[in-house]
Ligand binder design. Structure first.
Ligand code: AMP
Length: 143
């Protein structure tokens, strides 16, 4: 299974914010949509960074709640690793394990085209394993 197949099922909608959005507003977006990270884009929808709940918790613990009025650009990760539509589940798992993050924006021709979370990866990986097991049982029963 690849990213294209995952996005066909889960959809291509991605929550985005602009760099000047405050951390308080970013936290509200995460809470409202029950997501763990939000992609930061500029006016032309180009990816500028990513902010996860971990970034907000870390800076809150370090500097206190005044930081909630600061722009997300002050804490976002700028070097965003993204994936392409043809990447496989195995490649996504490898990228998340190596990078120690749980979100991978999908880009197509340089534009944001979706997002895959570790929850999606686990869900579709399990579905794949179940399909293989069922095919194997079927094969054994009929030979
Ligand atoms: P997460 O596990 O996604 O909550 O993120 C953990 C850390 O990795 C945070 O500092 C995020 O800003 C960062 N991060 C999340 N996703 C990515 C990504 N695709 N590329 C680079 N950094 C990321």
């Amino acid at each position: 299974m690849n990213v294209n197949a995952i996005l066909k099922q889960k959809g291509r909608e991605v929550e985005t914010i602009r760099p000047e959005t405050t951390l308080m507003q970013a936290a509200a977006v995460l809470a409202k949509h029950r997501i763990g990270a939000v992609v930061v884009v500029d006016g032309t929808n180009k990816v500028q960074g990513i902010v996860s709940e971990r970034d907000i918790i870390r800076v809150l613990a370090k500097t206190g709640s005044d930081v909630l009025g600061h722009p997300v650009s002050s804490v976002m990760t700028r070097n965003v690793i993204s994936c392409g539509e043809h990447d496989t589940l195995d490649q996504l798992m490898a990228a998340m394990t190596t990078g120690r993050f749980r979100h991978l924006p999908v880009t197509k021709n340089g534009e944001l085209a979706g997002i895959v979370s570790i929850g999606d990866v686990v869900k579709y990986h399990l579905a794949e394993i179940e399909m293989e097991a069922s095919a194997m049982k079927d094969y054994i029963a009929h030979t």
